[in-house]
Design a protein around this ligand. Structure first.
Ligand code: PLP
Length: 408
């Protein structure tokens, strides 16, 4: 019999959101007629904006016309979208990123998960704790996780704890990692790093020869002036960082699938012989071989969010979610709970009351308030005793959830 990649077998089989869905299904079956408000999974609920919908209708018509038909596109993405990104997401903020440094993909989950392809399998990895689980699981799949310990940590990964005590600002690593994953605004905690705080990480990476993988999937939610939208706003970041962006939470593309990855030309690693290698060239090689480009129609839709109408419509939707998140934060605090987030992020992260575990709180919230959230433990051991709520619901449901929480 042939052998499989054993690393996959090391991963625990249960997936957090399936567990949540199963519990909710069981609860609804046992309590028919109860109105459950879902504030668990991080999926958007508002429709795609008109400008993007219009552009996609036109793109469908292109595909129906022999003269305008598009088959396989460039693996790196269409020039019209790369140029719109360079202009609006970077140049407009004073950051120079060239089109050839931007790679359009089918979302930040795919790209943060696949980036390990171009890294040495023996690289030492550091992540924050709690963390978006994709970073950990994909490194385990790639053989960089070591073994799962009884305390829930992987022996091969350095965890940088973020909690209420350190204000959710992780300490710099002790173990000289080769690769550091940072996600800001953060999922799950909804917290951010200021420009000065992020600059410390860039300095660290420059002095230690580390690579920062910066996930900015929630960039569009930033409201504070001293919070950078891109890691490239920090001097020297072009030499040490790859940035991931997503149209999912910005423009409701969770179902359409589109995002992009920036790999600056200055970013260099080395091979086994100590020769300098361009990561931009490696990622380009990887994408050209394993990826055939995001759909033309979806890229047309994504480009439309950079038009004047698109920008305004997207802003309206993000403001809607931010209003919900703000309401949630205030409601949770008024209910006497400690919480962060909700200001530059759709997420609110709270400390469970009375020392409850995060699953105990999940059960209590579902049972007494009929509100579904996400147990913090699902994002790493430091998430125990914490809980995530999201602003991705209607305003009316958010109000209702807060009223119910007040009675808890
Ligand atoms: N990165 C983070 C931190 C996320 O929370 C998510 C989705 O929840 C993603 C990436 C996935 O984004 P995409 O839909 O572009 O794959």
């Amino acid at each position: 019999m042939f052998r499989v990649n054993d690393n996959f077998c090391k991963l625990p089989s249960a997936y957090l959101f399936s567990q949540v869905a199963e519990k909710v299904r069981g609860y609804i079956e046992a309590h028919p007629g109860v109105e459950v408000i879902r504030m668990g999974i991080g999926d958007v609920t508002r429709p795609i904006c008109d400008a993007a919908v219009q552009a996609m209708h036109e793109a469908v018509d292109d595909e129906a016309d022999a003269a305008r038909f598009h088959g396989y596109g460039p693996e790196q993405g269409y020039e019209f979208l790369r140029a719109a990104i360079a202009e609006n997401d970077y140049r407009a903020r004073g950051v120079e990123i060239s089109e050839s440094e931007i790679f359009i993909g089918d979302g930040a989950k795919s790209d943060t998960g696949k980036i390990g392809d171009i890294l040495w399998p023996g690289s030492r990895v550091a992540v924050t704790d709690p963390v978006y689980p994709v970073y950990v699981d994909t490194n385990v799949m790639g053989g960089r996780g070591g073994d799962l310990c009884t305390d829930g940590y992987w022996s091969g990964i350095e965890y940088l704890r973020c909690d209420f005590d350190n204000g959710f600002v992780p300490s710099l690593p002790m173990g000289q990692p080769d690769v550091i994953y940072l996600c800001y605004p953060n999922n799950p905690t909804g917290t951010v790093l200021t420009r000065a705080q992020l600059a410390e990480w860039v300095d660290y990476a420059r002095h230690n020869g580390s690579l920062i993988l910066f996930d900015a999937a929630y960039e569009a939610y930033i409201t504070q002036d001293d919070v950078p939208h891109s890691i490239y706003e920090i001097d020297g970041a072009r030499e040490v960082a790859i940035e991931f962006r997503s149209f999912s939470k910005t423009a409701g593309f969770t179902g359409l699938r589109c995002g992009y990855t920036v790999v600056p030309k200055e970013l260099k690693g080395h091979d086994g012989a100590g020769r300098e290698v361009s990561l931009n060239a490696l990622w380009n090689r990887r994408q050209s071989t394993k990826f055939n480009g995001a759909s033309y129609i979806v890229q047309r839709g994504a480009a439309a969010i950079y038009t004047d109408a698109g920008k305004e419509q997207v802003r309206t939707t993000i403001d809607y979610y931010l209003r919900n998140a703000g309401l949630l934060y205030d409601g949770v605090r008024n209910a006497g709970l400690e919480a962060v987030g909700g200001k530059n992020s759709p997420y609110v992260w709270l400390r469970t009351p009375d020392g409850m575990t995060s699953w105990e709180f999940f059960d209590r919230l579902l049972d007494r308030c009929h509100v579904v959230g996400t147990p913090g433990i699902g994002f790493g051991p430091a998430g125990e005793g914490c809980f995530r709520l999201t602003g991705f619901n209607t305003y009316e449901n958010t109000q209702k959830a807060i009223e119910r929480l007040g009675k808890l």
